[in-house]
Design a protein around this ligand. Structure first.
Ligand code: 4GP
Length: 832
């Protein structure tokens, strides 16, 4: 047995794969070899970044070895695979994750230590791969981890953005956006695959021709051709057996002359289009869940969808030639939201125009290929494109969309004869001032399965968003509750807790998360409670250091660490949290003996650059923080911290240290949430509304172990129907009035009164669209319950343990099994 095997700790699963059974010595040699011959430096000169590159290269050797074996096995077994189309993959860092998934983390740590290098410092050198905005992108990353872990043939398809989500700086309290140069010093994981370049077309016009049998044929004469260069990021499954791929497309000028434009005398224009090709994959659109409606974004969506489809078809044809009859046996495509929905008419175009299948056969293939996940009910977030824009960029696709719609509307006519209102509602085309193409409707019509992401969300998708589609296509709409990978979100990010858990219940919980339930029997055990809370304390100590370093703020690590981390959006109600902080502040000023356990309110959030009120909320949090943290009358009791540049790697440091998880969206607005799962898994107690996955978390942990407050979906609906008036709350609740009025003063923004007034206005004259004031009192009460609970250390420890113990349901492995059994119908393909 090699050295590494004998060193396996309780937390490190013994790899069953010989080539991964690397000894410390072998790993050391590999790192040094890469330091010398890949990086051209040596042990004496190397800085942490060089060590990071060398360590990554050493791991990548193993990764590529397993990747080759996986691909060979999938090829030989001619497997059915899921193709996960997503405009966003929020991957974070990969080195630590890959080490953990290979079971080599501790070996690597020891090896580097012998070389005089601290692995923790080395890991800090890796830039986050932030190719996503938030929930939907991080979900995609968790899902490809689980797919590889469970040996399912799968490939992620997306865009190789040159700049990921902006880097956030805070200057005088305000958010500043800086470019995210994540590849400035190269990326050790990605593999460029010029041999798999694809070309896609844009613009131009459609010619109608007549075939030999007099049939109508359409030919698209594109105005521009763009090259898609694939970059592959290996996705290592836990245990290291399967390594799948995330394939990201970079756009490049094709070098082809645009003859149509050239012939018309437009030489300059032809050149310009070549240059523009490169801008397609330049930046990730920072979403504020409102539709930007930018032509470039539509082109991005088409670009990666079309490249990916070509790639899939190339692979299919290699095995099956021109026989399309097996296509839907081999291929299922999951559309992660509507962003890749343009793939539906694109596949129709390929089948009808290129493969010359008749429409009905093509449509049958199409409808059995796609499945669609909806991630939000916010009406402003449901994508619509002006028909005129699609006509310009993708003239043939607009024709195809019209044809799909025409045939679809005759189905509607059959079901609801003569009902024109129904037709107008379900039509893919919205006949508004400007004709719009509704991508949601297109997705529901073109997919064989549609799912929401938590029970309540899927119910609302059926009841409120697509009720008629549910009647028309019974069984098509379904639920798959989101999940998170416990490898990244417990094992890797919280080693102390992982070790403790493994010592108690064995080390296979990362693969079988429901095993955590075995901890329930220890929830009352004093020794275990102490050990559990000691871990929490150490994690809080570590976060306190990080806070000090990032913001200069000192926090009391005996205080309650109360964390709200997520994109900044009014529906997520960071401002409800803030109003409550202001209320506490006032209570303490009025009564210095006001009873409360010291609490540190910690925020992390990026606001979309164009979302003014979200930026005002960030500014307000920082200004309130400045004031409170400097106010000796209260700062032993409350501190407020806004950690800049919230991202995956920062989340990994914050989550293990949380006592309290804030999940306080307006009921009915948060589709699921996944941060709620990560925090509870790490032993934080949720204060939350009956929204999204909070409801399912409450079911799992039990009402005694969560702090639920606020209006339910039904109450929100009733309140809105009655005519909600925020002024009722403003005038009837002195505390609400006082804290809102406070925002008008210059107390928090000395010399600049009114800077925070837009926030107050949004909750009064603005109509308080997310019912902050309606939930304030109930929220305040829930906070008092929470404070009470924290006083009783034994009770709190028990509740925290039970939160960790009861999170088994929320492993992304379970979500993937749900997708597989309900939608994808895949079989595992193990590698020898
Ligand atoms: C998010 C939802 O807001 C969140 O509730 C959900 O957990 C997540 O998707 C994954 O399903 N939506 C987005 C978006 O990220 O861009 O619409």
């Amino acid at each position: 047995k090699s050295a590494s095997s004998s060193q396996q700790s309780a937390n490190n699963p013994v790899s069953t794969i010989p080539e991964l059974d690397l000894s410390k010595k072998a790993f050391k040699e590999a790192v040094v070899r890469h330091l010398h011959s890949t990086l051209g430096t040596d042990e004496n000169k190397a800085n942490n970044h060089a060590w990071f590159k060398a360590a990554s290269a050493a791991i990548q050797e193993l990764v590529l070895n397993r990747l080759r074996k996986t691909q060979k096995s999938h090829y030989l077994n001619d497997t059915r695979a899921v193709h996960y189309f997503s405009a966003e993959f929020l991957m974070g860092r990969l080195l630590s994750n890959n080490m953990h998934n290979f079971g080599l983390f501790e070996t690597a740590q020891a090896a580097l230590q012998e070389l005089g290098v601290d692995l923790t410092d080395v890991l800090e050198e890796e830039p986050d791969m932030a190719l996503g905005n938030g929930g939907l992108g991080r979900l995609a990353a968790c899902y490809i981890d689980s797919l590889a872990t469970m040996d399912y043939p799968a490939i992620g398809y997306g865009i190789h953005y040159e700049y990921g989500l902006f880097r956030q700086e805070i200057k005088n309290g305000a958010q500043i956006e800086r470019p995210d140069n994540w590849r400035d010093y190269g990326n050790p994981w990605e593999i460029c695959r010029p041999e798999s370049i694809q070309e896609i077309s844009l613009y131009g016009y459609v010619e109608t021709k007549y075939g030999k049998k007099g049939q109508i044929q359409k030919e698209w004469h594109p105005g521009a051709i763009v090259k898609g260069l694939p970059w592959d990021i290996p996705v290592v499954g836990y245990g290291g057996k399967t390594v799948n791929v995330l394939r990201l497309w970079e756009s490049q000028a094709s070098g082809y002359f645009n003859w149509d434009v050239f012939n018309a005398g437009g030489y300059v224009d032809a050149e310009r289009e070549n240059v523009e090709a490169e801008t397609i994959s330049k930046v990730l659109y920072p979403n504020d869940e409102t539709e930007a409606g930018k032509e470039l974004r539509l082109i991005q969506q088409y670009f990666f969808s079309a490249c990916s489809l070509k790639d899939i078809i190339r692979r299919y044809k290699r095995a099956h030639g021109d026989d399309w009859s097996r296509f839907t046996d081999q291929v299922v495509i999951q559309l992660n939201d509507t962003h890749p929905a343009i793939a539906i008419p694109e596949l129709m175009r390929i089948l009808v125009d290129r493969a010359e299948l008749d429409w009905d056969s093509a449509w049958e293939i199409c409808q059995n290929t796609f499945a669609y996940t909806n991630h939000t009910l916010l009406p402003e977030a449901l994508e619509k494109w002006p028909a005129r824009m699609i006509e310009k960029v993708l003239p043939r696709h607009l024709e195809i969309i019209y044809e799909i719609n025409h045939r679809f509307l005759s189905e509607v006519e059959k079901k609801w004869p003569g009902d024109n209102l129904m037709k107008a509602k379900l039509s893919i085309i919205e006949e508004s001032n400007e004709k719009m193409v509704r991508m949601g409707n297109l997705s529901v019509i073109g997919a064989f399965a549609v799912n929401g992401v938590a029970e309540i969300h899927s119910r609302l998708v059926k009841q409120n968003l697509f009720p008629e589609f549910d009647a028309l296509y019974p069984g098509k709409l379904t639920n798959v509750t989101n999940g998170i990978t416990p490898r990244r979100w417990l094992k890797a990010c919280n080693p102390l807790l992982s070790d403790l858990i493994s010592k108690k219940i064995g080390n296979d919980w990362p693969l079988h998360l429901s095993k955590l339930d075995d901890l329930s029997t220890l929830a009352d055990n004093k020794t275990f409670q102490n050990a559990f809370m000691r871990v929490k304390q150490k994690n809080k100590d570590a976060l306190a250091k990080e806070i000090k370093q990032l913001t200069g703020i000192s926090v009391d690590t005996k205080a309650i660490f109360d964390i709200q981390i997520k994109r900044l959006h009014e529906y997520k109600r960071q401002h409800l949290n803030l109003l409550h902080i202001l209320a506490l502040y006032r209570r303490l000023l009025e009564n210095p003996d006001y009873e409360m356990h010291p609490r540190v309110f910690i925020f992390g959030a990026k606001a979309a650059p164009g979302y003014a009120l979200a930026k005002t909320i960030i500014y307000a949090i920082n200004k309130v923080a400045d004031k409170i943290n400097a106010d000796v009358r209260v700062n032993q009791k409350i501190k407020v911290v806004f950690l800049p540049n919230y991202r995956v790697s920062l989340a990994e440091k914050m989550i293990p240290a949380a006592d309290v998880s804030q999940q306080i969206s307006t009921a009915g607005k948060e589709a699921s949430g996944t941060g709620n799962m990560k925090l509870a898994l790490n032993g934080a107690l949720t204060i939350g509304t009956l929204d999204g996955a909070n409801i399912e978390i409450a079911e799992e942990v039990g009402d005694d172990n969560i702090f639920i407050f606020g209006n339910t979906v039904e109450q929100v609906e009733a309140l809105t129907a009655r005519g909600y008036n925020p002024y009722d709350y403003y005038y009837n609740n002195k505390e609400i009035k006082a804290v809102l009025d406070w925002l008008d003063s210059d107390y928090f923004t000395p010399g600049q009164p009114g800077e925070l007034s837009p926030l107050k206005q949004s909750m009064l004259d603005g109509g308080d669209p997310y019912l902050v004031l309606a939930d304030f009192e109930s929220y305040s009460e829930a906070n008092i319950r929470l404070d009470e609970a924290y006083k009783d250390k034994t009770r709190w420890a028990k509740m925290a343990i039970l939160n960790t113990a009861k999170m088994g349901k929320f492993t992304s492995d379970r979500s993937i099994e749900d997708y597989v059994s309900k939608i994808w119908k895949l079989e595992k393909c193990g590698i020898e």
